[in-house]
Each structure stands twice: as structure tokens, then as C-alpha cells.
Design a binder for this molecule. Structure first.
Ligand code: TMO
Length: 316
């Protein structure tokens, strides 16, 4: 115990020198971006942190499911937002094949599911229960969906399996996929004028919660196996007969070659951990304040030096 404190000064100096001399490759770190705002801004936030350390960075727009294969193969270097609900299965499949690894969790709790703005509950007071929603299906009917309710889901690459869920639970809803995240917010804004009931796909952390109070629909609780084992969940003959995890993880993933090729950037990646309010703020800078993603990132970095500078300067 006492000896531990008396490390020779020379050994200490040597240890810190060798850490400083393990230089990052001058090849660009390749950061994939997707089709929702917090992920795009966070990618630029982290890219700009890497640049502040002398690294070069490239951004590539990538499909949010296929990206796990790209990280595994080293075509892109990392992924900053692995949402359990949307990407847990793709991430875990790539983990099993090998080539990428879990680079740690953000200090955030995520949820991705069917959601409605508060006024919807005035028309359908049994909410947030999913069976109450189903009993109100005709309130959500449109010419496009006949006498069934319309659920506006996210872009198809988020693979939410909403249609399978509707069938597994025998719901009177039709799933329509939005072409982009902004189409989801436009739907809520249009419905607000006459307080029309709507149910859309939404998630947290997001900027939406600051703009529109609302709630997630409570489906049968997510349990392990519900998405791939028919016997799990209330319908013994169907998969996807449950909601998404209500307390999902948000992880970082990295290519297995990153620690050797960019040791300093990798050390920072391991320390990076954003919270729900920080992630919501990143989305807000784009979706409400209308910054371009790279400017939103610069703004966020300027306002949050106390958060990220210690990751770069703090040493071990
Ligand atoms: C993956 N997402 C946050 C859009 O649900």
C-alpha cells in the first residue's frame, strides 16, 4: 500500500512520454451520419473534438442498419448512437460476426415508440393503453386508411416492425412510413391547428418533448425474445407482440482496428458520454434553431466546454 505511492519519478515521466508519443494515424477517421438530427450533430461534435486533437475526419451518409456491417469491416470507424430499440438486433448480429465492439454507453436512457401529442388524449381518454388506442382507431382514420387508423411510422430503414406489431396484436391500424424525420414533425404541427388526434413514431431524447407535451403508447411490455420467439409475449403465434424497450440503452460502437490506428482518438471515444438533455439540445439546435449540423456542433461545443474538454485534456 505505502510503496504504491512512491513510484520513481523517472518511471512516471517515461509512462506519460510513451502515451504522448503513440501518435494517431493521419488517415481520416470516418464517421457515419444517418437521418435524424441528434445523430448528425453528435457525429459532428465528436468529429470536431477529434479535429481539435489534430486528427482528420470524414463524414459519410450511411444507412442506419447497414452501418454495423460497415463498422465491422472498418469501412467506417465508429458509430455514435446505437439505439437499443431500432438497432440492437443489427448491432448484436455484427458483434457476433466480429470486427466491431461495444465502446461503452452514453449516460442516457432511450425510448422509441408510438407517441401522441397531449391533445390526442382528450379525444381518446383511455390512453396511453394500447387497447384503448385501438378502440379509438376510427379517430385516426384518413381517406388513405379507410376505416382503420393511420399510424405514421419513421423512415423504413429504422426497421421498427410496426406492421408486424399491428398484425400480432390484431390492431385496426395501417402503418404509413414517413419519408423523413421532418415529415413526422410536420404531421404534429399540422394536427395542432385543429387539435386533430394523431399517433406517430417518436423517441426520447429528442427536441420534440420541449415543443409538444405528449406520451408514448403503452404496449405489452418489452421482454427478451418477444421480437424473435413467437411463444414470448401475449400472442403465442406471433413475434413483435410487444412495445420497444422503455429503458433502452444508447451505445457507442467502434471498429476493432480503431484503438491501434488512432489510440488518442479512441481513448477520447471511450470517455465520451452524453446525457438525455445534452442529446435533446443537439437535436434542438437543428430542428428548432435551424442551424446546419456542423454549425450546431460548433455551437454545442462552445456552450459545453466543461463537458468535453476534460475528455481531451484529462489524461487517463
Ligand atoms: C433511431 N431513432 C432515434 C430515430 O429512433
Amino acid at each position: 500500500m505505502p510503496n504504491k505511492a512512491i513510484l520513481p519519478a523517472a518511471a512516471l515521466a517515461l509512462a506519460s512520454m510513451s502515451a504522448a508519443h503513440a501518435a494517431d494515424s493521419s488517415d481520416p477517421i470516418i464517421i457515419p451520419t444517418h437521418n435524424w438530427s441528434s445523430q448528425i450533430v453528435m457525429s459532428h461534435v465528436v468529429g470536431q473534438i477529434f479535429e481539435s486533437m489534430g486528427n482528420s475526419v470524414e463524414y459519410v451518409s450511411t444507412d442506419s442498419q447497414a452501418v454495423y456491417e460497415s463498422v465491422r469491416l472498418g469501412d467506417v470507424t465508429l458509430e455514435l448512437e446505437v439505439w437499443e430499440g431500432a438497432f440492437g438486433p443489427a448491432f448484436e448480429a455484427a458483434l457476433e460476426k466480429g470486427g466491431l465492439h461495444d465502446a461503452g454507453d452514453h449516460n442516457a436512457v432511450t425510448r422509441e415508440d408510438w407517441w401522441y401529442p397531449a391533445w390526442t388524449k382528450d379525444a381518446c381518454p383511455g390512453l396511453p393503453d394500447w387497447q384503448a388506442l385501438n378502440d379509438c382507431a376510427e379517430l385516426f382514420a384518413t381517406p388513405e386508411t379507410g376505416d382503420k387508423g393511420r399510424f405514421l411510422g419513421g423512415p423504413v430503414d429504422w426497421l421498427k416492425h410496426d406492421q408486424e406489431r399491428v398484425e400480432a396484436l390484431g390492431m385496426d391500424f395501417v402503418v404509413v412510413n414517413a419519408g423523413s424525420a421532418s415529415a413526422l414533425w410536420a404531421e404534429v404541427a399540422a394536427a395542432e391547428r385543429d387539435k386533430r388526434p394523431v399517433v406517430i413514431f417518436n423517441w426520447t431524447p429528442n427536441f420534440v418533448e420541449a415543443l409538444y407535451p405528449g406520451e408514448f403508447v403503452e404496449f405489452p411490455e418489452y421482454v427478451e425474445g418477444c421480437k424473435d420467439d413467437p411463444s414470448v409475449g401475449p400472442n403465442p403465434n406471433a413475434t413483435y407482440d410487444c412495445g420497444n424497450p422503455a429503458n433502452g440503452y444508447l451505445k457507442k460502437a467502434a471498429w476493432d482496428g480503431m484503438p491501434d490506428k488512432w489510440p488518442n482518438a479512441y481513448a477520447v471515444l471511450q470517455k465520451i458520454s452524453f446525457t438525455n438533455p445534452q442529446i435533446a439540445e443537439m437535436a434542438k439546435l437543428v430542428d428548432i434553431d435551424e442551424f446546419e449540423p456542423e454549425d450546431a456542433a460548433a455551437e454545442w461545443l462552445e456552450q459545453n466546454e466543461d463537458v468535453w474538454k476534460p475528455w481531451v485534456e484529462g489524461g487517463a
